[in-house]
Write a new protein. Structure first.
Length: 284
């Protein structure tokens, strides 16, 4: 018995595009639509739309009312939309505040969010006159050896880490589950103090400080990081740059509805000094 021929890459792309058109139709013309309405909005034959809708219902991307037989977005599509909305809100909020931070501290700043490959840079604001070609939009930073990654590691739900498409996820979980692991103690300190400091960046001689931004559910929405050459960068966890960065993290968290009191230390309160300089081995 012959097996069914495998779809070509082009066929897979076309299928994804078709499914996307149906999803957009359900989102734009909802809350519910008849089969003929979906087909018309997606510009395809009703039979074709029905095949795709059936597959999408199986994957939770669409649903069908058993009484009216009308279609609507499924629970997975709603979850994706809410996640995207939350991320956009976080990035937009921080982006508005970032220029003031960059101008105040005089160093490059960037924002990272959690993606399927890990902590991903989505906004970069370089310091005026400072040459720091170390981070670009789209860069995926190390989870266990970067200031940014360590903040995510401290606040991240292990379930999200398991879903990360990177070898680091397994190592992260292995160390976290080991009572004797130094990582667990370090992450606990970062979560308590609200700041991560690392010396020795993607380029030698670059230090970095990172803080979390929390949402209304006290979950991590993004990480703000600043970095600069160690000859002119105050990387002390209770220093001027750290205080400004934590103040911005608090402001962004408050704008996203994070409950008070925040876990982040007040900008005027010295951060406990357990995060002092460590061996130069990490990234921004």
């Amino acid at each position: 018995m012959k097996s069914a021929p495998r779809k070509s890459s082009r066929q897979i792309v076309q299928s994804a595009e078709t499914g996307g058109e149906i999803l957009k139709a359900l989102a734009r013309f909802g809350p519910s639509m008849s089969l003929s309405q979906v087909a018309a909005a997606a510009d395809m034959a009703p039979a074709k739309a029905h095949r795709y809708l059936k597959a999408m219902i199986g994957g939770g991307l669409a649903s069908q009312d058993p009484v009216t037989a009308r279609y609507q977005l499924g629970p997975e599509a709603v979850a994706i939309g809410l996640a995207a909305l939350g991320r956009m809100d976080a990035v937009g909020t921080i982006t508005q505040l970032l220029p003031g931070l960059r101008d105040e501290i005089g160093h490059t700043c960037f924002v990272a969010v959690w993606g399927n490959r890990g902590c991903t840079v989505v906004r970069v604001l370089e310091a005026i006159g400072e040459v720091t070609i170390v981070t670009r939009v789209g860069s995926v930073l190390p989870l266990l050896t970067s200031a940014t990654g360590l903040v995510f590691a401290a606040f991240l739900d292990p379930v999200e880490a398991r879903a990360m498409d990177a070898p680091e996820a397994a190592e992260f979980l292995r160390q976290l589950e080991d009572p004797a692991s130094k990582l667990a103690a370090r992450l606990a300190a970062i979560k308590s103090e609200g700041v991560s400091v690392v010396h020795g960046a993607l380029l030698p001689g670059i230090d970095a400080i990172a803080v979390p931004v929390l949402n209304a559910e006290s979950r991590i929405a993004a990480v703000i990081t600043t970095l600069g050459p160690n000859t002119a960068f105050d990387a002390a966890p209770d220093g001027r740059i750290a205080r400004h960065l934590m103040a911005l993290g608090q402001a962004a968290s408050a704008a996203l509805g994070a409950p008070k009191p925040s876990i982040l230390p007040a900008a005027s309160t010295p951060v406990p000094k357990s995060g002092r300089r460590s061996p130069r081995k990490a990234a921004s």
